[in-house]
Ligand binder design. Structure first.
Ligand code: SAM
Length: 265
């Protein structure tokens, strides 16, 4: 697949923006640093911009691609490559547990279609126990939200949920010119590493999700206001959290403590 754009018209509905800048591709592969025999799944390999560098490392590479035309091209190209398997289908429905059951054994990578990036991250959270790490290209704003710390304007529901499970690093920004067709927005590479130990464990992660959603329902309002159907001011104060605080000022552990209080009720 040496000439990526040849014979394929990019499909908007599949979020197809193909990487073509060799320097950017090299920087991404260097950040991933794939190694022989590692189990790596690439989501949305497309025309193979990242796939080649990954496959050449000798890793055990699993490709998950939705577009059937691209699957045919990938099959043609990789039929004789022992370390590459192709899984046609939707990454949002893919059972990543079918690739491995060993703890922290699976590496995930992908220049993700932007329209599915947030639901996909929530789907992947179900598999954090088997995941070693994830390198994804996403819309820059989404990476900013993933990596934001308390007090930052980008800190919100996505930051708290993902940081509960993972350490998050914003690696670098990629401009629109690196893609064909060029997207309208900047992109960035994020590195997510599922935590091997979680400092404060949520007793019920569904409650945590519910509480966070409610807490950030109206960012300009106070916790007391946003959480009034779930917890009283006295209950919030019992954890030494100010009910008059804005939702973006609380740490992940403070949200876990609130969710644990909710699950005790
Ligand atoms: N990795 C290639 C690159 O960097 O040039 C392509 C990236 S393009 C932004 C996103 C890729 O994800 C496309 O190949 C698209 O067909 C594929 N895709 C879109 N939705 C998908 C889904 N739900 N599951 C798996 N792949 C999907």
């Amino acid at each position: 697949m040496s000439k990526p754009q040849q014979g394929h018209r990019a499909r908007k509905r599949f979020g197809q923006n193909f990487l073509h800048d060799p320097q950017v591709i090299q920087n991404i592969i260097q950040s991933i640093a794939p190694e022989k025999d590692q189990l790596i799944a690439e989501i949305g390999p497309g025309l193979g911009a990242l796939t080649e560098g990954l496959a050449n490392s000798g890793c055990q590479l699993k490709l998950i691609e939705l577009d059937r035309d691209l699957v045919s091209k990938l099959e043609l190209h990789y039929t004789h490559t022992d370390n590459v398997d192709i899984h046609p289908g939707d990454a949002l429905k893919f059972d990543f547990g079918s690739l491995s059951s060993a703890p922290h054994s699976l590496r995930l990578v992908g220049n993700l279609p932007y329209n599915i990036s947030t639901p996909l991250i929530f789907h992947l959270i179900n598999y954090v126990n088997i995941i070693q790490d994830m390198h994804f290209m996403l819309q820059k704003e989404v990476v900013q939200r993933l990596a934001a710390e308390p007090g930052n304007k980008n800190y919100g529901r996505l930051s708290v949920m993902v940081q509960y499970y993972c350490d998050v690093d914003y690696l670098f920004t990629v401009g629109p010119g690196a893609f064909n067709p060029a997207p309208k927005v900047d992109s960035a590479i994020v590195h997510l590493r599922p935590r091997k130990t979680i400092s404060l464990i949520a007793n019920d992660t569904e409650k945590l999700e519910k509480l966070i959603k409610q807490a950030f329902a109206q960012r300009r309002k106070t916790l007391r206001n946003n959480l009034k159907t779930l917890l009283s001011s006295e209950q919030i104060e019992s954890l030494e959290i100010d009910p008059g605080a804005r939702p973006e000022t609380l740490s992940v552990n403070q949200y876990v403590a609130l969710a644990n209080l909710l699950s005790e009720n």
